[in-house]
Each structure stands twice: as structure tokens, then as C-alpha cells.
Design a protein around this ligand. Structure first.
Ligand code: ADP
Length: 486
């Protein structure tokens, strides 16, 4: 049991959910899960064997056969029941999340709401899974296009949003009539298993939603090697996404990939500084800098540079770092030691290349997995921090002179997930929005995530969209019915 007590202890499951059964590995193998704030072991989850994963595939096929027969309204009702249970047990899910992921409890509660919003949105969308009719080419002929569930699907999810990255995929899949096998991140399986427990209690049929844990490469290979699996949705690193996409080539499985980002956050001279700083804090420091849409590079025009940097350092001085269970903390630990070392490396490299420390404690003085927010400026664009996602509370400012320069710097990356910019000139706003090579452009806004909007990237940031009707379409195949006339 976790050190923190849950109101409903049954939500803490140390078993996988497959075909409506709670299973352990056939050889009894387990994996320890720790609390990143303390290093304490919270519990153990099964390290399933290849045979267990095959069992999950068979169960998901059986689940699909039942689920696809149900009406959209029946599926939506069960999804909404699941949502009700998530909301009823919000505090417990948030507690498990903070325990295994470290994020401040208020953010965990917010994530339960955000995760639930995907279930609500897709449950509503289930009944709008429309096809189309097309004027036929011949007299008497009819052309009808139906939208059908792709079949058994797989979700491989990351640790930074242990609940929302699951519901964003499962909500769309279930609404479309697909079954799903979920492989949560090693660091955060307990949130996923609690969601599965609630799916069972909601009455979602056995096999429709399955959660497996264990050796990630083996699980990924076994699932993609099966012709029964028709789609993979992955959120994680570009390196793993590339590998999974290649694996999916064997059976021509559909893929959705939400991969790394390197978000530019541009502040033009005509921006509202206070608004820009508010957005910068929301974007950079959500989840202690550990989101794939966190601002990674602050490109700031010289005329506003000093005012922005001063206001940002003041706003950063109000951030409170502490254990996720400390209600005063809005910044907490990073996920592991490697994450801390990455921030340290980016900081040191930037300083070596001429950057100036403006505000905050050096990441080199980090204690445990805690890195204090830190602000640097005059960062050279060939620094590592401008090439790779830092995934931590390091705010790096790169001054620029012209709009053209800002756009060129912003696009000078293989990634293209999100970008942000602050400006007031309407002509500039359209020009810059058109020129930025990202799937999401956030204009005078620091927090854009919303289940109704299509989330996803271009270039090495991925393929496909999640959320919105486009997110559900990823789980469907079109069928063209051509009906001949007399
Ligand atoms: P991160 O760097 O954020 O941990 P990863 O891409 O390593 O991102 O992990 C994201 C998810 O992908 C996790 O659930 C992880 O277990 C899984 N994963 C990692 N390597 C593989 C692999 N070779 N095949 C399938 N899944 C993998």
C-alpha cells in the first residue's frame, strides 16, 4: 500500500487488467515503482510475459467484437459512468498521481478534471461519428461512406500526464467503437490501473480496456507484431516513436505519434509584457517544466527584452518549490536523476556558450530530484537548450532584432509541436501565425490544451491529432459502399 492513505484503497492495484481479470505475470515477475520525491518504493506492478501480452491481444479482440455491436449511445453512457466515477474518486486519483509522478497535488487534481474532459467530449462525439453520401457517377447508383472503428488499438503513454494521456487516447478509441490495450509509463502505472479499476466498476465490458505493464520494448514488439492490432497511438520521445513507427510497418498499422517538442515562445516589442509573463509562467512551469508543449526557448525582441526579463524573474520569484503533497508548492521534483542532469547540462552548456545567469539558484546545486526555477539570457542559439527539450524549470532567453530573425530561429529545429507568440499588431499576428512551422500556435495565450481542439505536431514532433473530431477520426476507417442501380 502507498504511504498515503486513499479513501478507496481498492484503487491501488498491483495487478494488470486484461480481459476483465486482474492478472499478475505468469512467472510472478514484478517491477518496483518509486516516489520521485523521496525514492521510496510505492509498490510493484507485474512484468508481464510475451504470453500475457498475447492474452491481452486476444482479450481486446473479444472486447472489440462486443463493443462494436453496441450503439453509440450505449457506449457513451458507459463512458460517462466511468467519468462520474473518476470525478467521485478525484482525490484518490490525484493522490496516486502525486505519489508516483511528483506533481503538486493541485496540478494532479487539475489533471483528473482535464483527463475527464476528454472522456466527456468523446462520449458526446460518439453519436456524431457521421459518414457521408456522395452524388453517384451513374444513374441509379448510390454512394455511401460509413465510418467504422479500426479494431483493436494500442496506447503507449508517458509519465508526465499519467491520466490525461490515457483518456485522450482511450476516450477517442472507445467512442469510435475500438477496444484498447494501454501500456502506461514504467514510472506511473498506478494512475492507469486506478482508471482501469473504475472502468470495470463503470461496467465497460471485459476486454474493451486493458492495461499491461512490463518490459516496454518487448510489449511494443509483441503488440506491433500482431496483425490483430490495427492502430498504435504513442506519446513519448521521438527516438521511441520512430522505432514504433518502423515496427508498425510490418502489419501496416495506423499510427498516431505525439513526440518531442522544442517550443519557441516569442515576445515582440508590441506585446503586453504582463500578459506575456503570465503566459510564460503558465507555459514554462506547468508540471515543473515537464510537458512537451512547455516553452523551451524564449525569443525576446530587444526593445522589450529588459522589461520582460525583469518581470519574468519577479514572477518566477513567486514560484514555490516543494513536495507535491505540500499544498503551498506549485513546483515540485523532476521525475528522476537523469531529468535533473539534463537541466544541469543545458544550463552549463548555455553559460559556456556565453549566456548570462539572471535569476535563481544554479541547477548544479539541485538537491535530490529538486531543481529550482532559473532564468538565463543572451543564450546563443547553438546551445543545447535551443536544440533539445529541457523538460525542467530552466527559462532560456534568446534576444532578437527583427520579425524575420525570430521566425527563422523559431523554425530552426526538427521539431514542430507548439509555438507561442505575444504581439498586438494584427498584421504581424497573421504573418507570424502563418510562418510558424508547428501544429499548434498559441497567440497571446499560455495555456491552450482543450479536448475540443486538435493537438499534435508536424515534422519530428509527430503524426496525427488528438482531441477534437479529428482525434476520433484517427480511430476510424472509411468504408465506401457503392450500390448499383437497376
Ligand atoms: P520518456 O523519455 O518521456 O520516458 P519514452 O519515449 O522513453 O519517453 O517513453 C514513453 C513511453 O514509451 C513509455 O510508456 C515507455 O515505457 C515506452 N517505451 C520506451 N521504449 C519503448 C520501446 N522500445 N517500445 C515500446 N514502448 C517503449
Amino acid at each position: 500500500m502507498p504511504a498515503v492513505t486513499l479513501k478507496a484503497p481498492r484503487l491501488f492495484r498491483e495487478a494488470c487488467y486484461v480481459g476483465g481479470q486482474w492478472i499478475t505475470a505468469d512467472n510472478g515477475a514484478t517491477i518496483d515503482v518509486d516516489n520521485p520525491a523521496t525514492g521510496d518504493i510505492i509498490g510493484r506492478v507485474p512484468s508481464l510475459s510475451q504470453a500475457d501480452i498475447q492474452q491481452a491481444i486476444d482479450s481486446a479482440q473479444a472486447g472489440f467484437n462486443e463493443w462494436r455491436q453496441m450503439t453509440a449511445q450505449e457506449r457513451a453512457d458507459l463512458m460517462l459512468r466511468w467519468l462520474d466515477l473518476m470525478q467521485e474518486h478525484k482525490e484518490d486519483i490525484a493522490t496516486l498521481m502525486t505519489l508516483e509522478q511528483g506533481k503538486p497535488l493541485a496540478e494532479s487534481r487539475g489533471e483528473v478534471d482535464y483527463a475527464g474532459a476528454f472522456i466527456r467530449w468523446f462520449a458526446e462525439e460518439a453519436r456524431r461519428n457521421y459518414g457521408e453520401t456522395i452524388p453517384a457517377a451513374k444513374r441509379g447508383q448510390h454512394i455511401v461512406v460509413t465510418r467504422n472503428p479500426v479494431g483493436v488499438t494500442v496506447a503507449i503513454t508517458p509519465w508526465n500526464f499519467p491520466a490525461a494521456m490515457i483518456t485522450r487516447k482511450a476516450g477517442a478509441a472507445l467512442a469510435a467503437g475500438c477496444s484498447m490495450i494501454i501500456k502506461p509509463a514504467e514510472a506511473t502505472p498506478f494512475t492507469a490501473l486506478a482508471l482501469a479499476q473504475l472502468a470495470e466498476e463503470a461496467g465497460i465490458p471485459a476486454g474493451v480496456l486493458n492495461v499491461v505493464t512490463g518490459d516496454a520494448p518487448m510489449i511494443g514488439e509483441t503488440l506491433t507484431a500482431s496483425p490483430v492490432v490495427r492502430k498504435l497511438s504513442f506519446t513519448g520521445s521521438t527516438a521511441v516513436g520512430r522505432k514504433l513507427m518502423a515496427q508498425c510497418a510490418q502489419n501496416i498499422q495506423k499510427v498516431s505519434l505525439e513526440l518531442g517538442g522544442n517550443a519557441p515562445f516569442i515576445v515582440f516589442d508590441d506585446a503586453d509584457v504582463d500578459k506575456a509573463v503570465e503566459g510564460a509562467i503558465a507555459s514554462k512551469f506547468r508540471n515543473t517544466g515537464q510537458t512537451c508543449v512547455c516553452a523551451n526557448r524564449f525569443l525576446v525582441q530587444r526593445g522589450i527584452h529588459d522589461a520582460f526579463v525583469e518581470a519574468l524573474s519577479k514572477a518566477m520569484s513567486e514560484l514555490v518549490v516543494g513536495d507535491g503533497f505540500d499544498e503551498k508548492a506549485n513546483q515540485s521534483c523532476l521525475i528522476n536523476k537523469a531529468a535533473v542532469e539534463k537541466v544541469q547540462t543545458h544550463y552549463k552548456d548555455a553559460l559556456d556558450k556565453g549566456a548570462r545567469h539572471v535569476w535563481g539558484e544554479s541547477p548544479n546545486d539541485a538537491k535530490g530530484n529538486y531543481v529550482q526555477p532559473v532564468l538565463i539570457t543572451d543564450v546563443s542559439h547553438d546551445s543545447t537548450v535551443c536544440k533539445e527539450e529541457t523538460f525542467g524549470p530552466l527559462a532560456a532567453v534568446i534576444p532578437f532584432d527583427t520579425e524575420e530573425e525570430a521566425i527563422a530561429l523559431a523554425n530552426d529545429t526538427p521539431y514542430g509541436l507548439a509555438s507561442y507568440f505575444y504581439a498586438r499588431d494584427i498584421h504581424r499576428i497573421w504573418r507570424v501565425a502563418d510562418a510558424l512551422e508547428t501544429g499548434i500556435v498559441s497567440i497571446n495565450e499560455g495555456a491552450f490544451s482543450n479536448p475540443a481542439a486538435p493537438f499534435g505536431g508536424v515534422k519530428a514532433s509527430g503524426l496525427g491529432r488528438e482531441g477534437s473530431r479529428h482525434g476520433m477520426e484517427e480511430y476510424t476507417e472509411l468504408k465506401y459502399l457503392c450500390m448499383g442501380g437497376e
